[in-house]
Structure formats: structure tokens, C-alpha cells
Design a protein around this ligand. Structure first.
Ligand code: TRP
Length: 345
């Protein structure tokens, strides 16, 4: 059975941008594949390595896994794992570092963006972010990788590394494929290009119905429209971008758009209907969250999954080491090794 690998850094709760970017695809595909979900805490360290971030990462890992289960991931069908506890990923990362050039990595815009957003000079580890991600994907021999827009370029690096490994040492690794999101990147409630926790413009999957309503009612719309009888612009308008992304009632959306363009509907009605549509989507997630939000349950999933992935990864790493000829070197040295009296052994 082909395999799916996906995951996130344990830095906070999932929002609607994550949902349309990747979670929806995870839910859609996870039962057709043998699926793995990484809690990428080593990737978190590339921009957030202070002790307080590390200290929070178990609570954040719990949120992350719970968000994905609430969104519809069946925990019986997915192996969750904690990246930093799979020692073999660190080893694989070292081997992969020689299969990609520095200039190739320097050309990836998302890495520079991450350094800029974190207000830091590019650390060595951040330049290697896609190489580490290649280890995550290839350690379980992942075939498909549903990710958001920024990560597509990283999966491309993983493909190049896998090809390079196979041509240099022999066919060991699959060439993973990207599954892109439905919406390339979701605007924030304030109309800024990207929804993000740090910009304070996000609606979280774990928000209550009242919180969703409050956030939607204060959303940025067409600024030229100071009264309900002025014709408004639908294109690029965040409330309609959200209606298109989340409202399953297409007839209602079409009707609102027509009336908005004609100056025959107030923002309040457009927003109320949007809040209702988002809440209708989130309601089943709230029920699933309540069901799985039990003490120790998520931790059990992560820990048991990590053990399982370690075993998988040991096998992949060992196949790589054999193909590379490393194991033969170890064996030759071990065979020749003899205690020597002159050295005091
Ligand atoms: N880079 C992803 C993010 O932006 C997290 C991640 C790490 C990941 N390793 C992965 C995603 C492997 C998919 C596959 O948070």
C-alpha cells in the first residue's frame, strides 16, 4: 500500500488557513494510504530554539494532533510520531546533506521568509530545513505529501535528494509527490495576504461558535462600501473568499454576491451567513474533539507511533547504509580488529 506522510511544527493551534491548505487533503486521502503524521519539533528549532518553546512543544503537539483528529483524521489509520525522538531521522539527515548544494537551498524563498519573520540571520539548520524534511518523508518511504503552498518547494528538494541517492547508490528510496492545497493561501480576517496566529487574524478550528461569530463580524470587507445600498466588490473581498471556501450552500453564496454587487445586501447579513457556514463546518469537529480530548489518549498515540516509526526508519536507514557500502566498511573493520598486546589491550 502506498504511503502518505504529512505533519506540522508544534508551534500552535490549527486555523482555517491550515485547513484549506493541507488538513482537508489529509482527511481526504488518509484512508486510501498507509498514513504517517510527523510532529516536526526539530523543524521548530530552526527558528524557535529557546527553552520556553521546547517546554511548550508537548502541549502544542497535543493540540496539533487533536486538531487533525477533530478535522476528520481517523487515529486508527494514522501513525503519529515525534520527530526529535526518532534518532534515525537525525542520521538520515546527515547522509542527505551531501546530496544537495548550498546554492540550491539558498534559492528557496520560504527559508529566507522564515528567517525574516523570525527576525534572525539564517541559521545553518534553517538552510537545511528542506533536507531535514526529506528525511521525514523518506524515513517512512512516503509516496504522497499533502502540504501547503510554501512547502511544495521543500518536497521538490526531497524528490531531488531521493533521485540523487538512487542514482549514486542504487534504488532504495521512492520519489515522493506533492499534493497541493485547494486554496494556495488563505487571507486573514483583516484582509492581509496570509492568515496567521502571529498576525492575530486567524480563526482557529478550536474556536467556539461565539468566537467564530465575533471574528467574522469584525472582518475586513470592501472599504468603499460605507452603506448597504452602495454596490460592492466581490472579487478579492475576504468575506466572499471565505464564502467560496467554506459555505457549502452555493445558491446562497451566488445570491449574496449578486445582491452585494447591486448594493442590495448589508455586510451584516453577508457576515452572519458566513459565520453560520463556518460554524456548520466546525460543529462536527467540536464533537470529535470532545470525544478524543481525554487525558493521556493523544500522548499514547504519539508515543506508540514514535516507537513504530523508529522501527520503520531503522529499516530504511539500514537499507541506505547497505546501498552506500557503509555496512561493508564497518564489517571489514570489525573483522580485522584484533586486541593488540603492545597497546595494552
Ligand atoms: N514544513 C512543515 C511546516 O511548515 C512541517 C513538516 C516537517 C512537514 N516535515 C514534514 C510536512 C514532512 C510534510 C512532510 O510546518
Amino acid at each position: 500500500m502506498a504511503r502518505m506522510l504529512t505533519g506540522d511544527r508544534p508551534t500552535g493551534k490549527a486555523h482555517l488557513g491550515h485547513y484549506v491548505g493541507t488538513i482537508k487533503n489529509r482527511v481526504r486521502y488518509h484512508s486510501d494510504y498507509e498514513s504517517f503524521f510527523i510532529v516536526a519539533d526539530l523543524h521548530m528549532l530552526t527558528t524557535k530554539n529557546r527553552p520556553e518553546y521546547i517546554h511548550e512543544s508537548d502541549a502544542n503537539a497535543r493540540e496539533l494532533v487533536l486538531d487533525n483528529i477533530a478535522a476528520g483524521i481517523d487515529p486508527d489509520r494514522v501513525t503519529f510520531y515525534l520527530q526529535s525522538a526518532v534518532h534515525e531521522i537525525h542520521e538520515m539527515y546527515t547522509l542527505f546533506q551531501n546530496l544537495v548544494t548550498v546554492s540550491r537551498l539558498e534559492r528557496i524563498p520560504s527559508l529566507k521568509d522564515m528567517a525574516r519573520d523570525a527576525n534572525i540571520e539564517m541559521p545553518f539548520g534553517l538552510l537545511g530545513y528542506p533536507v531535514l524534511q526529506a528525511a521525514d518523508i523518506l524515513c517512512v518511504r512516503g509516496n504522497i505529501v499533502p502540504v501547503g503552498k510554501d512547502n511544495a518547494a521543500h518536497v521538490e528538494v526531497a524528490r531531488e535528494i531521493a533521485r540523487r541517492f538512487n542514482s549514486l547508490y542504487g534504488e532504495v528510496l521512492p520519489i515522493p509527490e506533492v499534493i497541493p492545497g485547494d486554496v494556495p493561501s488563505l487571507v486573514g480576517t483583516d484582509g492581509q495576504a496570509k492568515m496567521s496566529k502571529s498576525l492575530n487574524n486567524a480563526i482557529f478550528l478550536s474556536n467556539s461558535a461565539q468566537e467564530v461569530k465575533r471574528k467574522v463580524m469584525t472582518m475586513y470587507t470592501d472599504p468603499k462600501r460605507v452603506r448597504a445600498d452602495i454596490p460592492g466588490t466581490v472579487e478579492g473581498n475576504p468575506v466572499f473568499i471565505y464564502h467560496d471556501a467554506f459555505n457549502r450552500n452555493r445558491a446562497e453564496v451566488d445570491d449574496l454576491k449578486t445582491r452585494y454587487r447591486a448594493g442590495e445586501v448589508g455586510d451584516v447579513e453577508v457576515k452572519q451567513k458566513l459565520a453560520d457556514a463556518i460554524n456548520e463546518m466546525l460543529e462536527p469537529m467540536r464533537e470529535r474533539r470532545a470525544k478524543y480530548d481525554q487525558p493521556g489518549l493523544i500522548e499514547e498515540l504519539i508515543w506508540a507511533g514514535t516507537e513504530r516509526v523508529r522501527e520503520e526508519t531503522r529499516q530504511t536507514l539500514s537499507a541506505m547504509q547497505q546501498a552506500m557500502g557503509l555496512t561493508r566498511v564497518w564489517n571489514r573493520i570489525r573483522r580485522k580488529a584484533a586486541p593488540h598486546p603492545a597497546n595494552g589491550f
